[in-house]
Design a protein around this ligand. Structure first.
Ligand code: NA7
Length: 535
């Protein structure tokens, strides 16, 4: 046991060195606080450190998916593509770490296993997997929304004789699939990005599909240096316009509020076609009612199904690849050549919608009574999203109440950042904040700035502890639900409502509407931290 006097002690412990943790460190250290970041990986980057699978790419444009807090940083960094690929985003994260000398306060290869609130000292005792304990007044969880891989409990997975990869835990060394028989399980965003790249490597590829997903073309391209220069000349204006958008990004998506019912079939076709060509999330921004009205939504869904049939040569295969759920209800995928890849002779779709994968043998995957012999299996099976990381840590708040007990019926967090019964604890992009519906980096900056202001306020007033009030937390959860209910998000089984993990409580976990969220966070401050209790 480490004695109390030997405990390393900090003002703030930040867990995770992705974009959330890095900015937390930068901001809070600038304030003169003693900050320590604990990170399980060997370097910074979070999502972009772990998700190294071929084709991994951001679906928010690179000029927007970047920090805005430093004018010098945003002026000096040069992006090469409209949508940056994983290696480039990771280089950017590393550059930020170098530029602001962040690594000196980050302890790598350290996983937090427990954190307990100590009433007497109004501080947290944080334990790590190397047996160490640290003390801090505040804990900031920057553990990511999509950081805990979901490994399906398929019988025999451990018995497979070849390699098993998960897209969210990709090896650091290059993996070459040339000449190999590869099975991809899953057809979410990760698979949709990886499949065309692996097919191109010349693998004999078997894609096991339980449910198809809608994907729109990225229309990715090299970033024109002149375009980049002109954005940089007006960066402040772009950032400000983005803050007014529903997701805190995409002011150039030509968002329109009109209803699909107010336009003729020809106008609608032209509009969808134009947006299909623009690429990315512009597709769903053409009409105000696509995500609110199921009948309106059908027009967009029909359009994508027609596109799939145009692209895929075999009509039966096109049928299988065509989703029938509400488009946008699950997070829209953005691809480069996904559907076209199925025209290749080395790519095979295996429909496991009615005959689930029965088991995995040393040789391959068995479904529908047939064994598919494979050399490698790629699990593109997603994540225990939004709450998975925190629920895997033994976090105990006041009176020893655990986060697992607290969130048994589903997560609640006031402003998506604080939890009643867990004083001096903040979550970045937590459940009940815009998080996965927004530009994550913009949301991170807003969350961290708010937390920084709160800590600064406490220091000025001489407060030792801050805690969300239960009533405020419940009212917030009701608000999150009410907002989501105004949209079609409840209409399908998606990871952002907990439906991909067996036994997980169902609730839509993101706050719809970034500008409204920011207003409410500011209003709380203006009203003297309404909904919070200070000690
Ligand atoms: P997703 O979107 O959760 O996709 C996971 C996929 O894995 C999905 O197609 C699942 O099918 C499939 N899956 C999961 N378990 C199984 C089993 N047992 N058998 C067959 N298929 C299975 O994760 P991604 O990593 O692609 O994307 C997550 C987010 O990361 C994405 O939205 C972006 O925001 C970035 P299902 O649809 O459940 O039938």
């Amino acid at each position: 046991m480490v004695s109390e006097s030997e405990l390393q002690s900090f003002d703030v412990i930040v867990v995770g060195a992705g974009f959330g943790g890095m900015y937390s460190l930068y901001r809070l250290r600038e304030r003169g606080l003693r900050v320590r970041v604990l990170e399980a990986g060997t370097d910074v980057g979070g999502t972009w450190y772990w998700n190294r699978y071929p084709g991994a790419r951001c679906d928010v444009e690179s000029m927007e998916y970047s920090y805005s807090f430093s004018e010098e940083l945003q002026q000096e960094w040069e992006w090469t593509e409209r949508y940056a690929a994983q290696p480039e985003i990771l280089r950017y994260a590393e550059h930020v770490a170098d530029r602001f000398d962040l690594r000196k306060d980050i302890q790598f290869e350290t996983r937090v296993t427990a954190a307990a609130w100590d009433e007497e000292s109004s501080s947290w005792l944080v334990r790590t997997d190397d047996g160490a304990a640290l003390r801090a007044r505040f804990v900031v969880w920057a553990t990511g929304c999509l950081s805990v891989p979901n490994v399906p409990g398929i019988d025999g997975l451990d018995s497979f004789a070849g390699e098993v990869y998960h897209t969210g835990r990709w090896p650091h060394e290059e993996v070459n699939f040339r000449g190999r028989r590869v099975g991809v399980i899953g057809t979410g965003s990760s698979a949709i990005q990886a499949v065309p790249m692996i097919a191109e490597q010349g693998a004999e590829l078997y894609v096991f599909q339980r449910q198809p997903n809608y994907s729109v073309p990225a229309n990715n391209r090299p970033l024109d240096p002149e375009v980049q220069q002109s954005v940089k000349e007006n960066y402040t204006a772009l950032r400000e316009e983005n803050l007014l958008q529903p997701g805190g990004f995409g002011s150039k998506l030509q968002r329109r509020a009109v209803s699909v019912f107010d336009e003729s079939p020809e106008e609608r076709e032209r509009e969808f076609e134009k947006r299909w060509k623009m690429g990315g999330f512009a597709f769903l921004a053409g009409y105000g009612d696509l995500l609110r009205d199921e009948k309106a939504n059908q027009y967009a869904a029909d359009f994508v199904r027609r596109k799939i049939h145009e692209i895929v040569d075999d009509p039966e295969l096109a049928d299988l690849l065509s989703p029938h759920h509400i488009i946008g209800c699950r997070r829209l995928c953005v691809d480069t050549d996904y559907y076209r890849t199925f025209n290749r002779p080395n790519v095979h779709l295996v429909d496991v919608s009615t005959d689930p994968i029965e088991r995995i043998t040393p040789q391959g995957v068995v479904t529908g009574g047939k064994e598919y012999p494979l050399d490698d299996i790629i699990l593109a099976t997603g994540f225990d999203a939004m709450t998975g990381a925190l629920l895997r840590i033994d976090i105990q708040g006041r009176s020893g109440v655990s986060i697992q007990e607290k969130w048994r019926e589903g997560p609640k967090a006031y402003l998506g950042m604080t939890i009643a019964g867990f004083p001096n604890m903040f979550t970045i992009n937590g459940p009940g904040s815009p998080s996965v519906l927004s530009n994550m980096i913009t949301a991170i900056e807003q969350n961290v700035d708010w937390i920084d202001d709160c800590i600064t306020y406490m220091r000025e007033k001489g407060y030792a502890a801050v805690e969300a009030e239960s009533q405020a937390e419940t009212a917030w959860a009701d608000r999150v639900k009410e907002l989501a209910d105004g949209f079609l998000y409840g209409g399908c089984n998606s990871w952002w409502s907990g439906a991909n993990i067996e036994g997980k409580p169902r609730s839509f976990m993101a706050y719809v509407g970034f500008p409204d969220y920011v207003d409410r966070c500011n209003e709380v401050v203006e009203k003297g931290y309404a909904g919070f209790r200070f000690e």
